[in-house]
Design a protein around this ligand. Structure first.
Ligand code: PLP
Length: 386
């Protein structure tokens, strides 16, 4: 069955007793045992909850994995995955990384003796140079955020496999609707489901999807032992959001393409970073490994003085720190999402004071362009008058 149909039908046939189309929320944390040595399959909600299980089955299937684990946030999902590693282990990680993941690796995982090196993960020579006998995995974000760098997942995971390393892909920005890393050779997919999967800026959640029996069993052990699991109410909210994922992603992509083309032609804009645009260096790889483009892109202004007035004058577009929801949000990465990444790394990759990130919502593209136009014009007036 096509992915649109599978998404719309998440959980709809899982409750045969009443025929409920919307799967119920099971708040119970405890489950009665029929008798000694018997279980209904549910014992205690941290280990397994009926509502969360329906979500996890759907997520595993959508990402072509063997098992999925719903966590209380994207960071909880990453922490659970990183708990596969211990003293002396080393990871190779995408350079332009989500700030929170960088902070988790550098300030927490280092306490447990796990270290990481950062590199453009599309550069196989660069990766090979960093690989040591202690290296256990490659962590890829593609596209990266905010600079939208693309990594060839198939190529890197084939290399990783040849070295006995795990490939972990953070698939938050594309979702399984547009990209399925496990089909390209990855072992583990991670999501901040807070973003496109939830889609409405109203639920914090994370997902882990694993391929392979042994890895899936180890992840089930970690998920239950660490306990950063998603509650039943939030599991239901996430499933409800995922039912419309296909429609939303198509509109996000359409709007982001239109708005990015508009900004490309604007005199105040120096550069637009969006893989859907033919000039983007990752355009071909992105087209090959994904069936579409995310709804988020970044753009660099020619003059940093534009940033403050633009953020003050946008009206329909909100100045806020997240992405992937139906509402359009603009972020200033250098002082918000990426503030935890050291200045020298930010400068090296180009996350500077002229860069804005735009998570394009599902409003009408004409209204978004009109809002940007008035904000850019107001900014220009203020700069000229100053
Ligand atoms: C937001 C985000 C995270 C962290 O997820 P939370 O749900 O905020 O904990 C991780 N990776 C990427 C790419 C993200 O955008």
């Amino acid at each position: 069955m096509k992915i649109e149909s599978r998404l719309a039908q998440i959980g709809s046939t899982k409750e045969p007793k009443t025929g409920a189309v919307s799967f119920p929320i099971y708040h119970s944390t405890a489950f009665r045992h029929p008798k000694l040595g018997e279980s209904t399959g549910f014992d205690y909600t941290r280990t397994k909850n009926p509502t969360r299980s329906v979500l996890e089955e759907a997520a595993a299937q959508l990402e072509s994995g063997d098992a999925a684990f719903a966590c209380s946030s994207g960071m909880a999902a990453l922490q659970t995955v990183f708990s596969l590693f211990g003293q002396g282990d080393h990871l190779i990680v995408s350079l332009d990384l989500y700030g929170g993941t960088y902070r988790l690796l550098e300030r927490i995982m280092t306490r447990f003796g796990v270290t990481a090196s950062y590199v453009d993960t599309n550069d196989l020579d660069g990766i090979s140079e960093l690989c040591t006998p202690q290296t256990k995995a490659v962590l890829i974000e593609t596209p990266t955020n905010p600079l939208m760098m693309i990594t060839d997942i198939e190529r890197v995971s084939a290399w990783a496999k040849s070295k006995g390393l795990l490939t972990i892909v953070d698939n938050t920005l594309l979702t399984p609707f547009f990209q399925r890393p496990i089909e390209l050779g990855a072992d583990i997919v991670v999501h901040s489901a807070t973003k496109y999967l939830g889609g409405h800026n109203d639920v914090l959640a994370g997902l882990i999807v694993t391929k392979g029996k042994e890895l899936s069993e180890e992840m089930a052990f970690l998920h239950n032992s660490i306990g950063a699991v998603l509650g039943p109410q939030d599991s239901w909210l996430l499933m409800r959001g995922m039912k419309t994922l296909a429609l939303r992603m198509e509109r996000h992509q359409y709007n982001a393409t239109r708005v990015s083309e508009y900004l490309m032609s604007h005199e105040a804009v120096e550069e637009v970073f969006y893989p859907a645009l033919p000039h983007h260096p990752g355009h071909d790889v992105q087209n090959r490994q994904s069936s579409g483009n995310t709804g988020i892109f970044s753009f660099k202004l020619k003059d940093a003085r534009y940033v403050e007035p633009i953020l003050r004058h946008i009206q329909l577009i909100a100045f806020a720190e997240s992405l992937g929801g139906v509402e359009s949000l603009m972020t200033y990465p250098a002082v918000q999402t990426h503030a935890d990444i050291p200045l020298e790394i930010r400068q090296k990759i180009g996350v500077d004071d002229r860069l804005l990130r735009f998570s394009v919502g599902i409003e009408h593209a004409d209204d978004l362009i009109a809002d940007l136009e008035q904000a850019l014009a107001a900014a220009k007036r203020e700069i000229e008058e100053a």
